[in-house]
Design a protein around this ligand. Structure first.
Ligand SMILES: [Zn+2]
Length: 71
């Protein structure tokens, strides 16, 4: 049972598509990620957010910091 999911998005991204692992796990493996993807948006001034997939699972969204890409 997945209690919390987190996705990371690029520093300049404002929209993204993620896979809800909880949904992916609860459906037939042959379906792959079909029906488990969730789309979200995050404004540039926000560093984190939260989206909810179609079936109600919460997914945290973290924006990667540009500084972390320097190294
Ligand atoms: Zn889900």
């Amino acid at each position: 049972m997945i209690t919390e999911q987190t996705v990371c998005i690029p520093p300049r991204a404002t929209s993204f598509r993620a896979v809800c692992e909880a949904c992916a796990l609860s459906q037939l493996p042959s379906r792959g990620y079909v029906g488990a993807t969730v789309e979200g948006t995050l404004s540039l001034e926000r560093e984190h957010g939260r989206i909810t997939c179609a079936r109600g699972h919460e997914i945290r969204v973290l924006r990667a910091l540009p500084a972390s890409l320097v190294h």
